[in-house]
Design a protein around this ligand. Structure first.
Ligand SMILES: C[S@@+](CC[C@H](N)C(=O)[O-])C[C@H]1O[C@@H](n2cnc3c(N)ncnc32)[C@H](O)[C@@H]1O
Length: 217
């Protein structure tokens, strides 16, 4: 989110959240994300015993590849076919293709359809207009008993004041997601975790909204 040459209209901003915009971003050759795993994934998953995992909004596959290297069997899901093709190529290059598979799905319409995973994770997928509550509810249905749900996104912050109202409404706090957590889950982490990153060559201090929950029944 961010780094645009001109101030976007709300209409242009809204289009950025939809699949055609992501397809276009992933259509070229230029790598968009770092390929490194996300900080909160690494912080939380090292405690867990590897099993099956689903990463929704997996983009170029950095988290999928890291999980596979830790011994997980991982499904990477995204609504962008170009993103998934990139992720599959990166998994092949990383030598973990045999531990991965891919699922093209819009998280806002996600249905587990009988599939379940020991870990369901999503990082920086920001549906517009507070849509992450419903996405959390849907993703929770794919967590196996005893399994974990890890949802991470950008907390609203002064750092993002240059963004449109549409962008800011897509951000969330971890506690905002609690209404989406079904009965039978224990919330283990509900935090905004500080993180330093570089954006357009500038060091910025941001917070990762982090919800980790375990399915108990
Ligand atoms: C900001 S990127 C994050 C990629 C990766 N999780 C990471 O942290 O590096 C957001 C990703 O979510 C995907 N995405 C956005 N909205 C989505 C939706 N409604 N359903 C499925 N994927 C979505 C985009 O295609 C993109 O790959």
């Amino acid at each position: 989110m961010g780094g645009h040459g001109h101030q976007l209209s709300e209409e242009e901003a809204a289009a950025m959240f939809e699949a055609p915009s992501w397809e276009e971003r992933y259509s070229g050759d230029e790598k968009i994300w770092s390929g490194s795993p996300n900080a909160q994934l690494v912080a939380e998953v090292h405690r867990l015993t590897p099993g099956t995992a689903l990463d929704v909004g997996c983009g170029e596959g950095g988290d999928v590849i890291w999980l596979a290297r830790q011994g997980w069997w991982v499904t990477g899901a995204d609504f962008s076919a170009n993103g998934l093709a990139r992720a599959a190529r990166h998994a092949e290059e990383a030598g973990v293709a045999d531990r991965t598979d891919w699922w093209q799905v819009d998280a806002r319409a996600f249905a587990a359809d009988g599939r379940s995973y020991d870990l369901v994770t999503t990082h920086f997928l920001h549906p517009p207009d507070g849509g992450m509550v419903e996405v959390t509810r849907r993703l929770a249905t794919a967590v196996a008993p005893g399994g974990h749900l890890l949802v991470v996104g950008h907390a609203p912050s002064e750092t993002f004041t240059q963004l449109t109202a549409t962008h800011r409404r897509a951000m969330f706090l971890a506690e905002d997601l609690l209404p989406g957590l079904p009965d039978g889950f224990d919330a283990l982490v509900i935090e905004q975790r500080p993180r330093t990153t570089t954006r357009d060559g500038v060091t910025v201090h941001i917070h990762d909204s982090t919800l980790l929950a375990r399915r108990t029944t």
